[in-house]
Design a protein around this ligand. Structure first.
Ligand code: CAA
Length: 382
């Protein structure tokens, strides 16, 4: 067992850290304050090859592995969780399913520009009444006599929705078949009948634009079906297994931000004649935060490594996301406590970490859903 990243992985980590420190971090507070989509950072991530890290080079990606993806995600999310999730959705929820389920033609047409960052993607599974119960899809796809599909419905909280060029869309085409009646499509967002709602006004990750997507008699040819007709639920579930590794890495990044900011503050803030970092009450907090950040990172790297080895990783991905999201929330809460009054005002970054951390317990499956997934694997002996 080796705990040392390979040379390639270290190079990706170093590039991501340099980019995050010098280009992302200085803008993070402003992106949050202004609720601004960081288009210039997305462009830079495309140039750095961060939008399709694990996609083979022949399809516009960087040809690296998921461990590299996790290392880069942590660095970028440590600087700005909004920028991190934009990257994660494109890599995990858009490029990955098109790579695994797409036809050669779909890979040429859609994966190549998405992985190279010429286009940006979104993933539309959730609906007003289908969040945790993802199989309860009400968006309907009906096949016409000429073979065209006509799609009607509403999608909710779609990360990247307002800025995406392409959407991996889930629909119900056979209600009686339940989850076996769900079909995935590759939807160009400029298709007539697609309307994007106003950006959601969110607690955190305010630079990540999300919205409703309304589909009104949207017509797509058979060539836009991703995977098999009726195979969409498996596309969604297997994609989310991988996505949860990305969100775990985002949570590790947020937790690390809370820890690093709290440590730096504790070393210069003085009470009772000494830096608060020399008070045991603060030392215990920092020690727990550091231990938990490491444990969360190791769970996340294990899940990514399993995916790279083509071994089962669904349970481990859920464990990583469950634990890392909890750690991010605890670390951000403790960081505010260490900052005291300064932790509660926007002049300092830890209240942003606190707001950003919460979503990691919700999207790509709530913590309750992660527990269901883990327990399901345990019941099957996995
Ligand atoms: N991979 C492949 N297939 C899977 C699978 C997986 N990980 N998990 C389940 N399946 C298959 C099962 O094998 C089964 O198939 P068969 O019937 O053909 O054997 C089928 O799917 C149904 O399985 P379940 O009965 O377990 O499904 P369920 O309806 O009970 O749902 C669930 C299970 C875990 C609760 C699921 O609905 C779920 O994960 N819900 C959460 C949804 C979610 O994570 N949404 C996130 C939205 S995207 C997002 O958040 C993006 C963003 O903003 C950044």
């Amino acid at each position: 067992m080796k705990f040392t990243p390979t040379e390639d992985q270290q190079a990706v980590q170093a590039t991501a850290r340099d980019f995050a420190t010098h280009e992302v971090l200085p803008k993070a507070a402003e992106i949050d304050r202004e609720h601004r989509h960081p288009a210039e950072l997305v462009k830079r991530m495309a140039e750095l090859g961060f939008l399709g890290i694990a996609v083979p080079e022949q399809y516009g990606g960087s040809g690296l592995d998921h461990v590299s993806y996790v290392l880069a995600m942590e660095e970028i999310s440590r600087a700005c969780a909004s920028t991190g999730v934009i990257m994660s959705v494109n890599n995990s929820l858009v490029c990955d399913p098109i790579y695994r389920f797409g036809t050669e033609q779909q890979k040429q047409e859609w994966l190549t520009p998405l992985a190279s960052g010429k286009l940006l993607g979104c993933f539309a599974l959730s609906e007003p009444e289908a969040g945790s119960d993802a199989a309860a899809q009400k968006t309907v796809a009906e096949k016409q006599a000429d073979g065209t599909w006509v799609i009607n419905g509403t999608k909710n909280w779609i990360t990247n929705g307002p800025v995406a060029d392409v959407c991996v869309l889930f629909t119900m085409n056979d209600k009686a078949a339940g989850h076996r009646g769900i079909t995935a499509f590759i939807l160009p967002m400029k298709t007539p009948g697609v309307r994007v709602g106003p950006p959601d006004d969110k607690l955190g990750i305010r630079g990540s634009k999300s919205s409703q997507i309304f589909l009104d008699d949207v017509r797509l040819s058979q060539g836009h079906v991703l995977g098999e007709v009726g195979g969409g639920f498996k596309v969604a579930m297997s994609t989310l297994d991988g996505g949860r590794i990305g969100i775990a890495a985002q949570a590790v990044g947020i937790a690390r931000a809370a820890l690093e900011d709290a440590l730096a503050y504790a070393q210069q803030r003085r009470t009772f004649g000494k830096p608060i970092a020399q008070h045991q009450a603060i030392q215990f907090k920092l020690a727990d935060m550091a231990t938990e950040v490491d444990a969360a990172r190791l769970l996340t790297l294990r899940a990514a490594w399993l995916k790279d080895q083509k071994l089962p990783y669904g349970k481990e991905a859920s464990m990583a996301k469950l634990y890392a999201s909890d750690v991010a929330n605890k670390a951000a809460r403790e960081a505010i406590q260490i900052f005291g009054g300064n932790g509660y005002v926007t002049e300092f970054p830890v209240e942003r970490h606190f707001r950003d951390a919460k979503i990691t317990e919700i999207y790509e499956g709530t913590s309750e859903i992660q527990r269901l997934v883990i327990a399901g694997h345990l019941a099957k002996g996995g």
